[in-house]
Design a protein around this ligand. Structure first.
Ligand SMILES: Cc1cc2nc3c(=O)[nH]c(=O)nc-3n(C[C@H](O)[C@H](O)[C@H](O)COP(=O)(O)OP(=O)(O)OC[C@H]3O[C@@H](n4cnc5c(N)ncnc54)[C@H](O)[C@@H]3O)c2cc1C
Length: 446
């Protein structure tokens, strides 16, 4: 039995089925996929949740290949940083830590003082961090506050909707921490981290949208295995295994994998593994919204179709959007599907900025258009706009997260046949979620 029909739960179900289990997935909403979700804009189907997967680790692209899905890669268009009154090229970084200081200086992202401070990094001694530290504090110690504020913040804001000085380096950027402990990040990182190239792209996607990945998993499982519209309210241990309470029925199961976000998982574990439940309630979640916009190319190309794949916005600049992805420029399939429309999206909302989202949908569209106008000079009116809210969508990996996850897993392991997986544990990205599902099934099914 798997609770939760997102990418983690469906992967766990597939693994269990492959090991001969008679699997049932219970999903609370009326559709599978969780944060992988499709939407319609001006008659075109696009992703309104996750839109890419990491290509340089095997789990997500490997799963796509096993399901017979051909992956595509983003174009070579690159992102900008909207700061200090202009759009600047995003210099080469390791999640915001600069790897080419001359390129950083030329980008215009930092002030002269900021550049001067960043240039000291190669000469600094190795950073002495005994335990965990936030990514923002680590980078600030090495490069100065401006690098954290104008590069790490927008990059982490994109992935976690979190704040750089709160997110765990051990959990989110272990490579950065390892480099800093040995010496200069700039000097070592330049050799270690290779930029995205046609031969080795960093990201992959699916023609038509990432939402197809969970749908294909369901097809692969055989339709009847997944039940939507079923909220699991409780899980009890019995002599034979577990009894799962759906409010209307009690389902029996030999093994249970909870592939739900931290809060529902905590509720389901309250009696079974109270220590794990307590730890899970301490994991905070950020809410975000994705606004997808369609413009007539004839109205908007001059402002938008300039070779960039979009831009990131550091919170220090006080704007309302935190990023815009020019989907038409990033993905060839979106440009083709859009025809004479240019499709793009903005995202809003970081942890602690809930007020940004506490407005009607139209205001999120208005705020997006105002920021797009300021950043790019766009004056066109969109022909369509779609708002997708992701309330409590992204878990925050606070300093000490890895220890917390170890304590959760230890507490869950005291209940034979029970496991947890999903974005709350080992990484929020699709590939990491898939890896956590493999691990959960290996733990319960041997
Ligand atoms: C806007 C956005 C954009 C993102 N973009 C990317 C990206 O481009 N690339 C990337 O790699 N990652 C991205 N991510 C992160 C990634 O998409 C998610 O972390 C991942 O999809 C989470 O998968 P999951 O299965 O662990 O959880 P979820 O997708 O949250 O699935 C959990 C499921 O459990 C169900 N559920 C909850 N409680 C119960 C219950 N009691 N009973 C039954 N079912 C229940 C929920 O309805 C949900 O369907 C993005 C996330 C967001 C929010």
């Amino acid at each position: 039995m798997v609770v939760g029909g997102g990418i983690s739960g469906l992967t766990a179900a597939r693994d269990l089925a492959q090991r001969g289990y008679d699997v049932l997935v219970l999903e609370a909403t009326d559709r599978v996929g969780g944060k992988l979700r499709r939407g319609e804009i001006a008659g075109v189907t696009v992703d309104v949740g996750a839109e890419a997967m990491v290509n340089r680790r095997p789990e997500a692209v490997g799963l796509a290949a096993e399901l017979g899905i051909e992956v595509v890669h983003p174009t070579t268009a690159t992102s900008r940083v909207w700061t200090r009154g202009g759009l600047h090229p995003l210099p080469r970084t390791l999640m915001g830590a600069p790897l080419d200081l001359d390129q950083l200086a030329a980008s215009g992202v930092l002030s002269e003082e900021g550049i001067a401070r960043a240039r000291q990094e190669p000469g600094l001694a190795a950073t002495d961090v005994a335990g965990d530290i936030s990514v923002g504090d680590l980078v600030e110690q090495r490069y100065g506050a401006e690098v954290t504020d104008r590069l790490v913040e927008p990059l982490l804001g994109g992935v976690y909707a979190g704040r750089a000085r709160a997110i765990s380096a051990e959990a989110a950027m272990p490579q950065l921490l390892a480099l800093a402990r040995r010496g200069s990040i700039t000097t070592q990182g330049a050799a270690l981290s290779s930029p995205s190239t046609a031969e080795s792209p960093v990201f992959a996607g699916i023609e038509g949208g990432m939402w197809q990945l969970p749908e294909r998993l369901v097809d692969d499982l055989g339709g009847r295995v997944v039940r939507t519209g079923v909220t699991v309210r409780g899980v009890r241990r019995t002599d034979a295994g577990f009894e799962v309470d759906t409010g209307e029925a009690l389902e029996a199961a030999a093994v249970v994998v909870l592939a739900t976000p931290a809060a529902p998982t905590a509720r389901l574990l309250a009696d079974l593994a109270p220590a794990a439940a307590g730890e899970l309630t301490a994991i905070d979640y950020a809410s975000t919204a994705v606004v997808t916009l369609a413009f007539r190319a004839s109205d908007a190309a001059a402002a938008l179709d300039t070779g960039a794949s979009g831009f990131l916005v550091p919170p220090v600049d006080g704007r309302r959007i935190k990023a815009s992805t020019f989907s038409f420029a990033k993905w060839d399939w979106v440009r083709r599907a859009g025809g004479d429309l240019l499709l793009l999206r903005t995202s809003l909302g970081r942890i602690g900025e809930e007020q940004t989202l506490q407005v009607p949908d139209e205001e999120l569209v208005t705020a997006s258009l105002a920021d797009l106008a300021d950043a790019t000079g766009l004056t066109a009116t969109p022909v369509d706009a779609v708002v997708q809210r992701w309330g409590g969508g992204l878990p925050q990996y606070a300093v000490g997260h890895l220890d917390r996850v170890a304590r959760i897993r230890a507490a869950v392991a005291t209940v034979p046949g029970l496991a947890v997986c999903g974005a709350a544990y080992d990484g929020v990205g699709i590939a990491a979620c898939i890896a956590s599902a493999h691990r959960a099934v290996a733990d319960v099914a041997g």
